[in-house]
Design a protein around this ligand. Structure first.
Ligand code: G3P
Ligand code: MG
Length: 251
């Protein structure tokens, strides 16, 4: 298949929506980010026991809902009994953990783009394939005008995704700015279009290397306007930020 190349210069990704003003990864948070100008959203996806892709960052319910423990035993209809807003503020009581299908509907309705980060599946290889295929099935409903990047820290997961669904642009997430010695072969095996490095320690020289190798560079997480400006000037193609409303003017 033809290599997918970067399609934008300066994307400001609203990281989990607008978590400085609404509970992260809820439809309320995504809507607020878009109302305040976001054209790219970032979100995190995992899978319920019935195979439904769900939007949540952590691997337990503890931090962002009124429940605790794993969600890997739940099915989609259980989500209607879980409050994902009250922990943040009473005005968000009743907010739900969204399904990926709701998120896809929202992208189509509002005509905005997204980075869908697939969380490293903790349930073994069989569930990984289920997750990869379930996510791709939902993404296949996106309107042709909506751009999507699929990213993950899980390299085997991304390789699987690319092998089974080569039509999607892939971003490889790194917990460091320096990547690792094998970065060129990993990116090739994942069919990557984008490198998603962590911000601390990222330098102009590294950005130059990554861009020279043909990749777009989308950096996480950048909440400082001056730093975002510097990264764009170095040739980064995007930043993930909790403050999309404050950084939007750089796009
Ligand atoms: O996708 C960028 C960033 O979200 C990766 O880290 O932990 O916030 O999902 P995390
Ligand atoms: Mg994320």
């Amino acid at each position: 298949p033809t290599m997918l190349v970067p399609t934008f210069d300066r994307a400001v990704f609203a990281h989990r929506g607008l978590p400085t003003q609404a509970p992260e990864n809820t439809m309320e948070s995504f809507a607020l980010a878009v109302d305040k100008g976001a054209t790219w959203l970032e979100t995190d996806v995992d899978i319920l026991s019935d195979g439904t892709p769900v939007i949540i960052h952590d691997s337990t319910l503890d931090r962002t809902t009124d429940r605790s423990g794993s969600f890997y035993t739940l099915i989609a209809e259980d989500l209607t009994t879980i409050d994902a807003g009250s922990w943040y503020g009473e005005e968000f009581a009743g907010a739900r953990l969204p399904l990926l299908s709701e998120f896809v509907d929202f992208l189509n309705e509002r005509g905005v783009n997204a980075n869908v980060e697939i969380k490293q599946n903790e349930q073994g290889a069989e569930r990984t394939i289920l997750l990869v295929d379930a996510v791709a099935k939902e993404l296949s409903r996106l309107d042709p005008g909506v751009q999507v990047i699929v990213s993950s820290f899980g390299q085997p997961l991304l390789m699987k995704f690319h092998e089974r669904h080569p039509e999607y642009a892939i971003g490889v997430l790194y917990e460091t700015a320096a990547l690792y010695d094998d970065w060129r072969s990993v990116l090739e095996l994942c069919g990557a279009t984008y490198i998603h490095p962590e911000d601390s320690g990222l330098t102009a020289a590294k950005v130059r290397d990554y861009r020279a190798a043909g990749y777009g560079v989308n950096v996480w997480t950048v909440d400082d306007v001056d730093r975002a400006h510097q990264l764009f000037n170095w040739g980064c193609t995007g930043v993930f930020t909790n403050r999309s409303a404050a950084l939007q003017h750089l796009a």
